[in-house]
Ligand binder design. Structure first.
Ligand code: CUA
Length: 317
């Protein structure tokens, strides 16, 4: 596995496309950038000619044919060509075949609720802030919002698509190779907008199916005394009012489902690596680390209690 990723190594870059959707976006961007640079250069040359050339050549630049060719014909031809290229390329990304997988992602302030949908469109599996997909097949993303406008964006895999309250947007994209890609909310949605990230993990189909089967199971039983103590504290401190841990009385739906939280790469919606230390820190100081989010800081818990709860959560692979 890779170490805790940073955004510079290409896991979150529209300039390093890793799927057909992002490829198309990158190609179109480069065409526009190069053609734009060329046209800018041409305009600078013409401006220089108009300014510095001898008087007798200047009337040509202000003449009728220069205006018709440069001011009307050229923009019409180039912009039409760009439009046609854009539409044809975008059309190639649209398919009406049944998708290999449908995943509903709901933008919340400031995290991502993830539902893996079954054939009838209801949630088969509930997760948060991390999306696993099989490599090489187009996955349909059904995007919604629970509160304000968010925008779903995995730069290495696809363009942005807004998540709008009361409206459903959807698109499909694929990852062409296994890997970990970082996504980021791309629409200002409040104070912690910048701390609204997630990871997409693309895995070989077999590996994905095995993972999916594991996720469908209820939470693992605590194996050691510390974890048992952690589960008791988790339940007695009311964590279950907001969080679900399947197989325990915790069935809250306000916050992320924690049934398999220990298997995720990050906590706090992509902002900290997931380990006992960061989990304990998050429980005691969520309001300090991400002010305004719905998770209260449990500053009343002692260090040993925090460690026990964190050890329990970390064990929920
Ligand atoms: Cu959600 Cu910005």
């Amino acid at each position: 596995m890779l170490s805790w990723p940073n955004v510079l190594d290409g896991i979150q870059s529209a300039l390093a496309p890793r799927g057909p959707h992002a490829d198309y976006v990158a190609t179109l961007s480069w065409i526009m950038f190069r053609a734009g640079a060329l046209i800018f250069f041409l305009v600078v040359v013409l401006a220089a000619l108009a300014t510095f050339y001898p008087h007798r050549t200047r009337p040509w630049l202000g003449g009728r044919s220069a205006i018709v060719i440069g001011g009307i014909a050229f923009p019409v031809v180039t912009l039409t060509a760009l439009l046609v290229y854009g539409l044809v390329g975008a059309r190639a990304l649209v398919t009406f075949d049944p998708p290999a997988l449908r995943i509903e992602v709901i933008g919340e302030s400031w995290w991502w609720r993830v539902h893996y949908l079954n054939a009838s469109g209801s949630a088969d599996l509930v997760a948060a802030n991390e999306i696993r997909i099989p490599v090489g097949v187009p996955v349909e993303f059904v995007l919604k919002s629970a509160d304000v406008i968010h925008s779903f964006w995995v730069p290495s895999l696809a363009g942005k698509l807004d998540m709008i309250p009361g409206h459903v947007n959807s698109y499909r994209f694929a990852a062409e190779r296994a890997g970990i890609y970082r996504g980021q909310c791309a629409e200002f949605c409040g104070a912690q907008h910048a701390k609204m990230a997630f990871f997409v993990v693309a895995m070989a189909r077999q590996e994905f199916d095995a993972w999916y089967g594991e996720q469908a199971r209820p939470a693992a039983e605590p194996a050691v005394a510390l974890q048992q103590q952690g589960r008791a504290l988790f339940l007695s401190n009311g964590c279950g009012a907001c969080h679900t841990v399947r197989g325990t009385p915790a069935d809250g739906i306000i916050g992320p489902d924690l049934t398999h939280v220990g298997g995720r790469r990050s906590i706090g919606a992509g902002i900290f690596p997931n380990n006992v230390g960061t989990l304990a820190g998050w429980i005691s100081s969520a309001q300090h680390l991400k002010p305004g989010n719905l998770m209260p800081s449990f500053g009343n818990l002692r260090g040993d209690e925090l460690r026990a709860i964190a050890a329990y959560l970390e064990s929920l692979k």
